[in-house]
Design a protein around this ligand. Structure first.
Ligand code: PLP
Length: 377
C-alpha cells in the first residue's frame, strides 16, 4: 500500500480534456520528458499539410501555410518573451544549439559557464565549436548557487552562460530568472536550454537565447525545434547563407528543406497549450511531480532524488542495491505497459553517479497511473 496523497491533483478538467483530445494510450504513458503524446488536432493538422503537399506541390503548400507558421512564431516568441521575428523553426533542440554556435563564430577557447550536470550532448557540441565549458557553482543537489554565480560573473566573466533550465537527468528547476538578471547586469549573454521547460514552466525570464524542442512538454511532433534569439544578439550572428530578401535575420537559421507538416503540427500543439492556460498547465504538472514523489519514494527500495515540492513534473528514482535500471524500465513496459525512461550516468557524467529511472507524466496522467507504477515497482 502507498500512503495517501497530501493534496488532490488540481485542474482535473484539464487532465480530462488532455486525455480526450488525443488517441487512447496503449498503456500508461509517464514519459513526456522523452516524448509526449500528440493531440488529434496536431496529428490531423500535420497530416492535412502532408496531403496538401501531394495535392498542390510541396512549395505551394508551404506558401499557403505561411500565415499559420508566422502565427506560430509569434506565439512561440510570446512564450519566451520575444517577437515572431526572433524565432526560427529548426529540427530539434540540438539543431538549435548547432545553428546558434555556427552563426556566433566565437573564438576557439572561449569559456562557457554551464552546470556540472549539463546534458552531455550539449557539452559535446560546445567542445566541437572549440569552446571551453566550465562549471557554474551549484549546491549539493545541482541547483545553481545564485550568489556564487554573481561572484563568478563579477570576478571572471565567461563569454556566455549556457543554462539548462530543467535537466534531462533530474527534475530540478534552475533559478533561470535570477541568473538572467545577473547576466544582464554583467553584460554576459545567457543561453537557456528550454528543451525540458517550454510548455512545462515559465520560460519568459529574460534570457538572450532560448531554444527548445516540440515533442516534449508542448506535445508537438518529433523532428521540430525552435531557436529564439533577441535582436541584439541576432545582429552578432553570421549565418552560413544570408536570410531571404525582406525576411528578418533569424529566418536565415531555418533550414530551407524541412518537415513543414511537423512545424504546422507544432503550431497547433502550441495553440492547445495556450487554450489549456499555461498557468494551469504549470500548476497541474507541478502537482503531478509532487504526487509522483509522494507515492514513489522508498517504494520497493527506490529513492526519489528531487525535493518533494520541486515545481516540475519530472521525478528520478535511484534503484535499490543490485537492481538494473535498464532491465527495470524494460519490465515496466513489457509486463505492466508503463512507459518511463532509464537514464544512464553518461547523460550527465558531471553529476550522475549511476543510472536513474525517470518518470515524467503529462496532464492526462492520473493518481491511478502513479499507483499502478508504485505497485509495479
Ligand atoms: C535538457 C535537454 N537538452 C537538450 C535536449 C536535446 O533535444 P533534442 O533531442 O530535441 O535535440 C534534450 C533531449 O532530451 C534535453 O533533455
Amino acid at each position: 500500500m502507498t500512503a495517501p496523497l497530501a493534496d488532490p491533483l488540481p485542474h482535473e478538467e484539464l487532465g480530462a480534456s488532455w486525455r480526450s483530445g488525443r488517441p487512447r494510450p496503449a498503456g500508461r504513458h509517464l514519459d513526456s520528458a522523452a516524448c509526449s503524446r500528440q493531440s488529434h488536432r496536431a496529428l490531423e493538422a500535420a497530416a492535412h499539410h502532408a496531403r496538401h503537399e501531394a495535392e498542390l506541390g510541396g512549395y505551394v503548400a508551404e506558401a499557403a501555410a505561411d500565415d499559420l507558421l508566422q502565427q506560430g512564431r509569434s506565439v512561440l516568441g510570446g512564450l519566451v518573451g520575444m517577437a515572431a521575428a526572433d524565432v526560427a523553426f529548426v529540427e530539434s533542440a540540438q539543431a538549435a544549439l548547432v545553428a546558434l554556435l555556427t552563426g556566433w563564430r566565437l573564438s576557439p577557447g572561449s569559456r562557457v559557464a554551464c552546470l556540472p550536470g549539463e546534458y552531455a550532448p550539449n557539452v559535446a557540441q560546445l567542445r566541437t565549436y572549440g569552446l571551453r565549458p566550465e562549471p557554474l557553482p551549484v549546491d549539493g543537489i545541482g541547483r545553481a548557487d545564485v550568489d556564487a554565480v554573481a561572484r563568478l560573473l563579477a570576478d571572471d566573466p565567461p563569454r556566455f552562460v549556457h543554462l539548462t533550465h530543467i535537466g534531462s537527468h533530474r527534475g530540478l528547476l534552475q533559478p533561470a530568472g535570477e541568473i538572467a538578471a545577473l547576466c544582464r547586469e554583467a553584460g554576459v549573454p545567457l543561453v537557456l536550454d528550454a528543451a525540458q521547460s517550454l510548455g512545462h514552466t515559465d520560460v519568459d525570464l529574460g534570457a538572450d537565447v532560448v531554444y527548445s524542442t516540440s515533442r516534449k512538454w508542448l506535445a508537438g511532433p518529433r523532428g521540430v525545434g525552435v531557436l529564439c534569439v533577441r535582436p541584439a544578439l541576432a545582429a552578432q550572428l553570421t549565418p552560413v547563407l544570408p536570410e531571404p530578401e525582406g525576411e528578418p535575420p533569424m529566418r536565415a537559421f531555418e533550414s530551407g528543406e524541412a518537415h513543414v507538416a511537423g512545424r504546422v503540427g507544432l503550431v497547433v500543439a502550441v495553440g492547445d497549450h495556450l487554450a489549456a492556460g499555461p498557468d494551469r498547465v504549470r500548476a497541474r504538472l507541478a502537482a503531478l511531480g509532487r504526487a509522483t514523489r509522494e507515492l514513489l519514494d522508498d517504494v520497493g527500495g527506490w529513492k526519489v532524488v528531487e525535493p518533494v515540492d520541486e515545481p516540475t513534473a519530472t521525478t528520478t528514482l535511484r534503484p535499490p542495491e543490485g537492481v538494473d535500471v535498464v532491465d527495470a524500465r524494460r519490465r515496466l513496459l513489457v509486463d505492466h505497459g508503463i512507459v518511463a525512461s532509464a537514464i544512464g550516468a553518461e547523460r550527465a557524467p558531471g553529476e550522475l553517479t549511476g543510472p536513474v529511472l525517470r518518470i515524467s507524466p503529462h496532464l492526462d496522467a492520473s493518481v491511478e497511473d502513479l499507483e499502478a507504477l508504485a505497485a509495479a515497482l
